[in-house]
Write a protein that binds this ligand. Structure first.
Ligand code: KG4
Ligand code: ZN
Length: 356
């Protein structure tokens, strides 16, 4: 067949979701199977790396089999196999990458090691018409970053967190308030019946130059307020704390995005596109605030559907499609990396990682 359709299998296993998906070059998601490990980690109130790695080992083969059957294709139909090669919990990353290597060598197709953040960064191009360059707000459990996406493999980081990631701050706040795991949705739900003005929490980094984030001071302020209320805290107290935290976190995020928008529009002119990715993008309050900000700045806001904002295999498969088209494939001795910044200039030499 001269014009064989591009079809990529994508595997994700860098945190607590085991996922496999099949995506075509024409942006069709033929299968997107995700298995969350929430049940395994709930008793511990957070993700336990060893438990995560074991669950990925147990589940990955079964999920790939399901994805391939749902897509109605055989391994011979694949153009490439993509897997998250980092950053993330190294035991989990190894599971997906090793599996992808095995499939690539047996099926005789290229291996593509995808940076998990690149997966989030390019999702908006799978779900809609988004041209390079665009501004990206990446807000997940492990990352808070503002980046200019210039092209496939070309990312310029404008800001990152100097302590906790936003999602992590939501998760830790939920734990302090006894709202359970994962915390983001629980805090958002509790905040709905709370008064965001009752507690005056700090807006970290607000008014500061640059686009970096910080959330640990806010977290400490919430903890102190919670402790002051003691054992007699009512449901209303908890709702007010959740609402106060959420309002402060979002206001601080908006300030950072405003700074980044200035930089982006100064460089590329008025208009443009702001893309939001990562699990926290599911937060409706955040979305409403971003819509208001984007309208004021005359920039188009793109938020992919929540299912594709949280960790999934389709984003890795799509990044594989984009990398394959750009001519980026990887050797079978590609190393898995616990740390791997998207922008190589943004940090000193990354952690060398392990050979997978
Ligand atoms: O992107 P993701 O699925 O995994 C990582 O790569 O980290 O993001 C998960 C994070 C968790 O911290 C979770 O609490 C947060 O996204 N999250 C939310 C909401 N839904 C998920 N945070 C705030 N509001 C939400 N509705
Ligand atoms: Zn993620």
């Amino acid at each position: 067949m001269p014009n064989k359709q591009v079809i990529v299998l994508g595997l994700e296993s860098s945190c607590d979701e085991t996922a496999a998906a099949v995506v075509t070059g024409e942006k069709q998601i033929l299968a997107n199977v995700v298995r969350s490990q929430i049940k395994e980690h709930t008793p511990f109130g957070g993700v336990v790396p060893e438990i995560a790695a074991r669950a990925h080992v147990t589940e990955m083969d079964r999920l790939i089999d399901r994805a391939m059957r749902e897509a109605g294709i055989g391994y011979g139909d694949l153009s490439a196999v993509a897997a998250t090669a980092g950053p993330g919990l190294i035991g989990g990353v190894l599971v997906g990458l090793m599996t992808a290597k095995a499939i690539a060598s047996v099926a005789g197709v290229p291996l593509i090691g995808v940076n998990h953040l690149e997966g989030h960064a390019l999702t908006a191009r799978l779900t809609g018409d988004v041209e390079f360059p665009y501004l990206l707000l990446l807000v997940s459990g492990g990352h808070s970053q503002l980046l200019i996406v210039e092209g496939v493999g070309r990312y310029r980081r404008l800001g990152t967190t100097i302590d906790d990631a936003v999602g992590e701050a939501f998760d830790k706040t939920a734990k302090m308030l006894g709202l359970g795991f994962p915390g983001g949705p629980a805090v958002e739900k509790a905040a709905k019946s709370g008064d965001p003005t009752r507690f005056s929490f700090p807006r970290p980094m607000k008014g500061r130059a640059g686009c970096d984030f910080s959330f640990s001071g806010l977290k400490t302020a919430v903890r102190q307020a919670r402790e002051k209320l003691g054992d007699g805290a009512t449901d209303q107290d908890i709702a007010d704390l959740a609402a106060g935290f959420q309002a402060a976190a979002i206001e601080s995020l908006m300030d950072r995005v405003t700074q980044a928008l200035d930089i982006f529009q100064n460089e590329y002119g008025a208009g443009g596109t702001l893309v939001v990715a990562g699990g926290v993008a599911a937060n409706q309050q955040l979305k409403a605030s971003l819509e208001e900000l984007a309208a004021g700045a005359g920039i188009r806001l793109v938020v992919p559907p929540p299912k594709l904002c949280t960790d999934n295999g389709a984003m890795i498969a799509w990044a594989g499609v984009e990398r394959l088209r750009a001519g980026f494939t990887d050797p079978l001795d590609l190393a898995a990396r616990a740390r791997w910044p998207l922008d190589p200039d943004a940090e000193p030499a990354p952690f060398a990682g392990y050979k997978a």
